[in-house]
Design a protein around this ligand. Structure first.
Ligand SMILES: [Zn+2]
Length: 443
C-alpha cells in the first residue's frame, strides 16, 4: 500500500516536471471566477424593508464590514407613488361581477382591483387568489374573487386602518435614511410598490408595480439602485419574468444566463450536483432553521468553486415574516466574516455584475521584451458594468516579484507577490476594461 502511494507520488512529480517546461504558458491570463481568486460568493439579502432590518441587522453588518441587499416596498416610503388600481371605473367592474362570474378573461382585472376595494381582508383576498393561481388552482382562484366581490357589492367596508402582512406601522424608514444606508455600501433594491402577487395583475397594474417602484428609487437614490429587483413571493411566473426583465437588469427570482444554474429556496438539489460554471443557491434562514444548518451552507460553498450562496432574510427581532434575532445574526455573520479570505461577500448587484463582466470579457496578453502586456475589453455598458475584475497571469519561473503598471511608461501601481499553482508561477491583480493595458515586469 505504502509502495503504491510512493509510486503515485513519484509519477505525479514526473508529470508535473514534464508539464512545467521553462516559461510554458507565460503571459497566459484568465479572469478568476471570483474576485481575489476566492472560492465562492455570498449575498446577504433582506425582503420587505421592515424596520428592524435597518435598526438591528444593518448595524451588525456595518460593524463587521459586510454589505447587504435590501429589497424594499417603495409604496410605504413617504414621498413615493402609492398602490393604486389602474383601469376601468371601479363601479363598472363591480356591477359586472353581479352577472358575470370570474373566469380567465376577467380574472386579472378583478384580482388587481380587489386589494383597493376596502372590504375586510381586501389585500389578503388578492394575495390568496395569487397563491391559488400560481399553484394552478384556477377554479378556486376565480371562486375566491366571486366571494370577495360579493362582499364589495354588499358594501362591506372596514373602519380604521388595516395593515397587510408586509406593511406595518413601525416601518418608518424614509428615503433620507435609505440614502444613508446606500452610502454605507448597502444595496437598496426594488420589491415593487405594494408587494403584490404580480402573477395575477393585469398588464397596466403589473407595469405600475415594477415601473413606479423603479422611478421612485431612481428619483430618491439614483440610477445605480435601479439594477436589482425581487418580485414578491419569489415568483417565477413566466409572464411576470418577461415584464420584469424588461424593467430590471437583475432579478433574484430568475436570471437568464445559460452558464448559471439556479436553486431556489424550495429546491432540494445540492449545489454540487450542477455541471454549470456558476450556481446561485438560495437559502431562507427561517426562524426554526438551526445555526448549525446555516453554517453548513457556508461550509458547502468552500468545498466547491462555483457556488453563489444567496441568503434570503425576512423578519428581524420580532418584526416581519419568520424573524431571526440580533444575536443569531451576529453569530452567523461573524462566522461568514471569519472566512472572508476565501468567500466574497457582496451585494446581489455586484455579484451579478462580476459574473457577467467576467463572461463578457476578452483578455489578450502579449510579451514585449521583458514585459507582459495584458488588455481587457468588454461589450457590456461600462456605465453600469464597471467593477474591477481579478486577473491571473502566469509569469516566468524566475520572477520572484512583479511590478504592475498601467501602460509601458506608467508609474508603478504596486508590487505583486508571485504565487504558485500546478501550472506555474502567477500573479493576481485588478483590471478594468477601458483603463489601458496592464504591464507586468520583474521587480
Ligand atoms: Zn416579500
Amino acid at each position: 500500500m505504502k509502495k503504491n502511494v510512493a509510486l503515485l507520488f513519484a509519477l505525479s512529480l514526473f508529470f508535473a516536471s514534464c508539464t512545467r517546461r521553462p516559461d510554458a504558458g507565460v503571459g497566459q491570463t484568465e479572469i478568476t471566477k471570483w474576485p481575489g481568486n476566492r472560492q465562492a460568493g455570498i449575498s446577504i439579502t433582506y425582503d420587505d424593508g421592515t424596520i428592524n432590518q435597518f435598526t438591528v441587522a444593518r448595524p451588525i453588518m456595518n460593524e463587521l464590514g459586510l454589505p447587504g441587499t435590501f429589497y424594499i416596498i417603495t409604496g410605504k416610503v413617504p414621498g413615493s407613488g402609492k398602490g393604486q388600481f389602474l383601469g376601468r371605473p371601479t363601479q363598472e367592474i363591480v356591477d359586472e361581477t353581479a352577472s358575470l362570474p370570474t373566469q380567465s378573461d376577467n380574472f386579472f382585472e378583478r384580482a388587481s382591483l380587489i386589494a383597493y376595494t376596502g372590504i375586510p381582508g381586501a389585500e389578503a383576498f388578492h394575495a390568496r387568489a395569487g397563491s391559488l393561481f400560481e399553484s394552478g388552482r384556477y377554479a378556486e382562484a376565480y371562486q375566491l374573487m366571486d366571494q370577495a366581490f360579493e362582499l364589495v357589492r354588499k358594501g362591506e367596508t372596514i373602519s380604521g386602518p388595516e395593515y397587510a402582512e408586509h406593511v406595518n406601522p413601525e416601518d418608518t424608514t424614509t428615503w433620507e435614511d435609505y440614502r444613508t444606508y446606500a452610502a454605507e455600501g448597502h444595496e437598496i433594491a426594488s420589491h415593487t410598490v405594494t408587494h403584490a402577487r404580480l402573477a395575477v395583475l393585469d398588464e397596466p397594474n403589473l407595469r405600475y408595480e415594477l415601473e413606479q417602484s423603479k422611478a421612485d428609487i431612481r428619483k430618491y437614490l439614483g440610477e445605480k439602485y435601479t439594477f436589482s429587483a425581487e418580485c414578491p413571493y419569489g415568483t417565477e411566473n413566466e409572464r411576470v419574468m418577461d415584464y420584469a426583465h424588461e424593467v430590471y437588469p437583475s432579478l433574484r427570482n430568475r436570471m437568464p444566463e445559460p452558464y448559471l444554474d439556479e436553486l431556489n429556496r424550495a429546491s432540494k438539489r445540492n449545489p454540487g450536483e450542477t455541471d454549470r460554471e456558476y450556481v446561485q443557491w438560495q437559502r431562507g434562514p427561517l426562524t426554526n432553521i438551526g445555526m448549525d444548518m446555516m453554517k453548513t451552507w457556508v461550509d458547502t460553498c468552500l468545498v466547491h468553486d462555483n457556488v453563489w450562496l444567496v441568503l434570503v432574510f425576512h423578519g428581524v427581532e420580532g418584526i416581519g415574516w419568520e424573524p431571526r434575532t440580533g444575536p443569531e445574526l451576529r453569530e452567523y455573520f461573524t462566522y461568514i466574516k471569519e472566512r472572508e479570505s476565501r468567500l466574497w461577500v457582496a451585494t446581489f448587484a455586484d455579484v451579478t455584475r462580476y459574473i457577467r463582466q467576467r463572461k463578457g470579457a476578452v483578455v489578450t496578453s502579449t510579451r514585449e521584451g521583458d514585459d507582459i502586456h495584458v488588455t481587457i475589453t468588454q461589450t457590456l455598458d461600462t456605465a453600469i458594468y464597471n467593477l474591477p475584475l481579478t486577473a491571473k497571469t502566469y509569469v516566468p519561473a524566475d520572477w520572484t516579484s512583479v511590478i504592475l503598471r498601467i501602460g509601458p511608461d506608467g508609474t508603478d501601481l504596486q508590487t505583486l507577490p508571485v504565487q504558485q499553482d500546478a501550472n506555474g508561477s502567477y500573479v493576481l491583480y485588478d483590471i478594468t476594461a477601458g483603463q489601458g493595458s496592464r504591464v507586468l515586469r520583474a521587480g
